[in-house]
Design a protein around this ligand. Structure first.
Ligand code: ADP
Ligand code: MG
Length: 273
C-alpha cells in the first residue's frame, strides 16, 4: 500500500480527539473518532521537526504499510506536517500485556502458554517477511479486548527493520531489559534479537521478575526460588533455549514453535495447570 501523506489540518478536520490512551518513548497516542463514520481509531503522534521523514519513521511507516496479519496493528492513514507525524491505526481495546501482568501478577503456565504461542506465531510472520521488530516487550504487545479469549496484537514498529540476514543490523536500539547481549556488545545482529526478547518476556510473565540486570552485563537466566519452584522443567528449558547468549545457537521461531512446552506434547497436565 503506497503511503499518501496528508496535512495535519486534514486530520483535525476529519477526526475528533477523544482521550490520550498511551505514551511511549517517542510518541503520544490518542483515541480519535472519525467524524464521517464515528469509528474510533488510535492516532500515534510522533514529534517530527524536520521537513522530510527521519529514516526510522520512514521505516516504521513502510513496515506498517507492508504488514497484513490479524495480530499486527493495521495502518489506516498518515498525516505529516512540519512539527508532527500522525499515524492513524486500528484501535486495540484490551490494553497492554504490561497492564495485564501488573493487574494479574504472574500468569499460570497454561495462560502464559496460550499467549506465548500467539506471540511466536506473529513473530514467525514477521521473520518470514524479513522484519525484525527489535523492541518486543509487554508495553508493545496489546490485547484485542478485556476477555480471557483476547488475541495478541503487536504494535510499535518504531525500532523495526527489514533485515535480509542475521547480521544485517547495527546500532543500539530497543529497551535495555529486553535487549540481546549481542546488541550490548556492538555486534551486527538480526532476527535472533527478537527471540532473546521473547525469552525475557516469558521469564517476566511466569515469574514477575526480570532475569538479569542489564547494567551488570550479566545475561544468565537464573531459576530462583521460590518464583521458579512451581514452574515446569519444560518451561525452564525453553527459557534457556531462548536466552542463549550465542545468537547462532539461540532457538529460532520455528524451533520455539516445536518445543514441547509450546506444543504441549511432553508437559504433563499437572505441569500445565
Ligand atoms: P512508542 O514508539 O513511542 O513506544 P507506541 O507505538 O508503543 O509508541 O505507543 C505508545 C503506547 O500507546 C503503547 O504502549 C500503547 O499503550 C498505546 N498504543 C499504541 N498504539 C495503540 C493502538 N493501536 N491501540 C491502542 N493503544 C495503542
Ligand atoms: Mg512502544
Amino acid at each position: 500500500m503506497p503511503i499518501v501523506m496528508q496535512q495535519k489540518s486534514d486530520f483535525h478536520n476529519r477526526y475528533d480527539i477523544i482521550a490520550r490512551i498511551g505514551k511511549g518513548q517517542f510518541s503520544t497516542v490518542y483515541e480519535a473518532a472519525e467524524k464521517a463514520t464515528n469509528e474510533h481509531w488510535a492516532g500515534k503522534v510522533v514529534i517530527n521537526k524536520t521537513d522530510a521523514l527521519p529514516p526510522p519513521l520512514e521505516t516504521e511507516l513502510a513496515i506498517l504499510a507492508h504488514l497484513d496479519h490479524p495480530q499486527t496493528v493495521r495502518l489506516k492513514e498518515v498525516f505529516n506536517s512540519d512539527d508532527v507525524c500522525i499515524i492513524v491505526q486500528e484501535l486495540v481495546n484490551g490494553g497492554e500485556l504490561f497492564e495485564r501482568i501488573s493487574e494479574q501478577g504472574v500468569f499460570s503456565e497454561k495462560y502464559a502458554n496460550k499467549f506465548f504461542r500467539d506471540l511466536l506465531l506473529v513473530v514467525k510472520y514477521l521473520h518470514e517477511q524479513g522484519i525484525v521488530h527489535r523492541d518486543l516487550k509487554p508495553e508493545n504487545i496489546m490485547l484485542s479486548d478485556q476477555s480471557e479469549e483476547a488475541v495478541l496484537k503487536l504494535i510499535d514498529f518504531g525500532a523495526s527493520k527489514f533485515a535480509q540476514h542475521d547480521k544485517a543490523i547495527n546500532g543500539v536500539r530497543g529497551t535495555p531489559p529486553y535487549m540481546a547481549p549481542e546488541i550490548f556488545a556492538y555486534q551486527s545482529y538480526g532476527k535472533p534479537v527478537d527471540m532473546w526478547s521473547l525469552g525475557v518476556i516469558l521469564y517476566v510473565i511466569l515469574s514477575g521478575m526480570f532475569p538479569y540486570d542489564p547494567e551488570e552485563r550479566r545475561f544468565d537466566c537464573p531459576f530462583i526460588s521460590p518464583e521458579f519452584d512451581e514452574i515446569s522443567e519444560s518451561a525452564q528449558d525453553i527459557l534457556l533455549k531462548l536466552m542463549e547468549i550465542n545468537p547462532e545457537k539461540r532457538y529460532t521461531v520455528d524451533q520455539a514453535l516445536e518445543h514441547p512446552w509450546v506444543t504441549g506434547e511432553k508437559a504433563s497436565s499437572a505441569e500445565m495447570s
